[in-house]
Design a protein around this ligand. Structure first.
Ligand code: ACO
Length: 705
């Protein structure tokens, strides 16, 4: 892939002498960005374009070609691309539109075949090109003057990518590279990350704009591997249902359910930003700063109000403010930093009269204190300070100390402050116009750092030993009957096999059996009709809750059978399910769905209104380490209900963790399970009990993993 990023020779096929045409603009950008290698315009009629000798085809080019940029109408592309292969071109960027995104997958696949035949990797089609600033490559028809920096930007959308390219120039964001991947026929974000950007010393962080991933699990693996070396920020569109539909038609990719994307990103350490401005804010902080060595942040401000705003933002973003009052006093309560009425409480308030020098001294003190791990500076424009001089002081101090700990600054004010922000950003100091942006960006850096810590602690997920042959035997029996919907006793047999706690149960065919089993499972009992023809058991009058003696079991048994026959005369009735009735407890739900992009995904949430109305649920792509199950529980908003809110007894969290974890292992090891619901799972003071269970199998049968 190095030939894509660091070509020594480029051929532009479809180069044009007419300004405004894509083939002209690409040529112009390559030249004006200072490309130092050989440039070969390919055009059927012209003799020279922008001072470079033209060739009719790549076959006529005298030297080797490392990169061919193809910008000719779609119908000519396959033959020309084949010609590139024959010539021995080492890589290509196919700008041309009109392939998979408009339904012509056949020609797109043909391009992949050619690329493979000649070992000629290519990006595109349907792209605006590629930029690699360290080697002065701008083989794109985007803006010419990309600011060199440390952020790599990979974009699936061409137009948005070009627009954001321009935006980075205005906002002084430095880029190491920009790659437009368009239809990702051969090379997508995973390949770029894995084969080049992960080890590129000129790239410190990566920003991805994605509409959909093709192989979600493989992408997660790559993201994690790369994310442990350098942070990845994702901007994923298609959050709304309508947006997802638009994204799917836009590039022909399938956008999975958005909350599953969020889970997948989180699990693989990818920082998901809500919009482009947030993504670039974070990128600014992440590329400019070192990884923090500890949690303690200090805020230095000249205004109380903005200090409070920043403190609120710290709380919202789980950022810890250093709180050793004695030490803070020792560090900052000095005449050169603040007047006697200043405050060292953190925010450290140097007060409205605090000048440039006071800021400089305070920042130096924060850099020199080993107890402080990151620095947030807030500056409200006052007549007592000169923003330009303050910027110079800050540049001086941060340049000297910047490698030691993260530094962000928010400057609030008028025009002079805007100029100050630009100046700081030009000097690779992360400057923002609002405290919330500075804090959110710093916390993104912390989240990445915590991902590395968490990953080191968790280690590798070992598969849990499950009795797969017995589970498969149950599944095979169900398939033999042509069913994919498991009956409750079958689901619960599987749960018992994998070690989940299920209330004792049995299947009775006669009243005598029912009475005997009720005695065995323990009164009171719950009784339910078992028939593959009656899915909605309650609607059919097929459920009786609470019989507490043999007589009531007798009555319930007959009532259930009569109701079932009245509901559906020809229903295949397998008997009556009898189980011990567990006393009421906090209800939670553990569910599984199989996502087309990510495979099995586990959901957890509180039952009842919390899941139905509040949608207070979290997802994880299975499998995951046990600790991740604990994070799931701690992520739901209604978690106080499990930790003993309003005088209720706390639930056995370890038992919930075990249940979620075991289910994640089951669905990772048994591909036949399409959907699974434990609803409710009773969160007991001691243990957890799978009260109701439903498993649906996939249409197709799978061999054991
Ligand atoms: N060999 C050499 N030169 C050729 C060949 C060939 N086989 N075929 C055509 N050419 C020349 C043409 O003569 C022309 O040169 P000229 O300007 O001197 O006449 C040049 O190559 C371009 O060919 P045109 O037929 O003029 O095609 P045009 O430039 O109009 O369109 C393009 C080609 C740009 C590739 C178009 O088909 C296309 O796909 N446009 C969309 C690109 C795009 O939007 N990409 C997506 C991402 S970016 C985003 O969304 C903003």
């Amino acid at each position: 892939m190095k030939f894509l990023f660091k070509p020594k020779s480029i051929a532009v096929i479809g180069a044009s002498a007419k300004p405004g045409k894509i083939g002209y603009e690409i040529m112009d950008n390559i030249l004006s960005y200072g490309f130092k290698g050989e440039l070969y315009p390919i055009n059927l009629k012209e003799i020279e374009i922008l001072g470079k000798k033209c060739y009719k085809s790549v076959a006529d080019v005298p030297g080797e070609i490392d990169l061919a940029v193809i910008s000719i109408p779609a119908k000519y592309v396959p033959a020309v691309f084949e010609g590139c292969g024959k010539k021995g071109v080492k890589s290509a960027a196919i700008v041309t539109s009109g392939f998979g995104e408009v339904g012509d997958h056949e020609t797109e696949n043909r391009l992949v075949e050619i690329a493979e035949k000649y070992n000629m990797p290519f990006i595109g089609p349907n792209i605006f090109g590629i930029v690699y600033a360290p080697n002065n490559i701008n083989a794109s028809f985007g803006p010419a003057d990309v600011k060199p920096g440390k952020l790599a930007f990979i974009t699936q959308s061409g137009a948005l990518g070009i627009a954001l390219m321009g935006w980075t120039i205005t906002n002084k964001i430095g880029l190491s590279s920009i790659v437009s991947i368009g239809n990702k026929a051969q090379i997508g974000e995973s390949e770029l990350l894995e084969n080049f950007l992960k080890d590129d010393p000129n790239t410190k962080a990566i920003l991805l704009y994605v509409e959909g991933l093709i192989d979600g699990r493989q992408s997660m693996k790559t993201f994690k591997e790369v994310g442990l070396k350098k942070p990845i920020i994702a901007l994923k569109s298609g959050r709304s249902k309508r947006g997802a539909a638009a994204a799917a038609s836009h590039t022909g990719s399938l956008a999975g359910a958005d909350n599953i994307y969020s889970a997948a990103f989180k699990q693989s350490g990818v920082l998901r930003a809500i919009d482009a401005s947030e993504a670039f804010d974070w990128a600014r902080c992440i590329t400019n700063n070192p990884r923090p060595k500890g949690k303690n942040a200090v805020i230095i401000t000249n205004g109380g109000g903005v200090g409070v705003m920043a403190t609120d933002a710290c709380e919202d973003n789980d950022l810890d403010l250093y709180n050793d009052q004695e030490k803070l006093k020792e560090l900052f309560f000095k005449p050169e930093i603040m007047p006697p009425f200043g405050s060292t409480k953190n925010p450290v308030d140097i007060t409205g009269g605090g000048g440039e020098l006071a800021y400089k001294k305070a920042i130096e003190a924060a850099y020199n204190a080993k107890e402080i791990h990151s620095i947030v500076v807030l500056y409200c424009q006052t007549a007592t300070t000169n923003p330009d001089l303050l910027a110079d002081y800050i540049i001086e101090v941060v340049k000297k100390n910047g490698g030691k700990k993260p530094f962000v600054i928010a400057n609030i004010g008028g025009e002079a402050v805007e100029t100050m922000i630009d100046k700081l950003n030009e000097n690779d100091i992360s400057a923002y116009d609002l405290p919330e942006k500075a804090i959110s960006s710093l916390s993104a850096l912390y989240r990445w750092s915590e991902f590395i810590d968490r990953n080191e602690k968790q280690g590798k997920t070992k598969p849990l030993k499950l009795p797969i042959p017995q589970i498969k035997a149950i599944i095979d029996n169900i398939r033999k009957e042509g069913r994919i919907q498991m009956l409750e006793h079958e689901s619960k047999q599987i749960f018992k096999l994998i070690g989940l706690n299920v209330p004792p149960f049995a299947l009775a065919q006669t009243v005598d059996e029912a009475q005997k089993f009720a005695q065995e499972v323990g009164y009171p009992v719950v009784m339910k009709i078992v028939s593959e023809d009656i899915i909605h058991k309650s609607d059919a009058g097929g459920v009786v809750v609470g019989p507490k003696n043999a007589r009531e079991v007798d009555e319930a048994f007959n009532k259930i059978l009569t109701n079932a026959k009245n509901y559906k005369a020809d229903a295949n009735i397998r008997g009556v399910f009898i189980s011990h009735m567990v006393p009421k407890a906090t209800e939670v739900i553990v569910g599984v769905t199989r996502d087309p992009t990510f495979g099995p995904v586990v959901m957890f949430g509180l039952g009842g209104i919390f899941v139905e109305i509040m949608k207070d649920v979290v997802f994880r792509v299975a499998p995951f380490p046990k600790e991740e199950a604990r994070h799931m529980i701690n992520e739901i908003k209604s978690k106080p209900m499990l930790y003993g809110a309003r005088g209720t007894k706390p639930a056995d969290i370890d038992a919930l963790v075990d249940t979620i974890y075991i289910i994640s292992q089951l669905v990772s090891q048994v591909d036949d399970i399409k959907e699974l619901d434990i609803n409710p799972l009773f969160a007991l003071e001691k243990g957890a009990s799978a009260v109701d269970a439903r498993i649906t199998l996939t249409e197709k049968s799978y061999p054991s993993n």
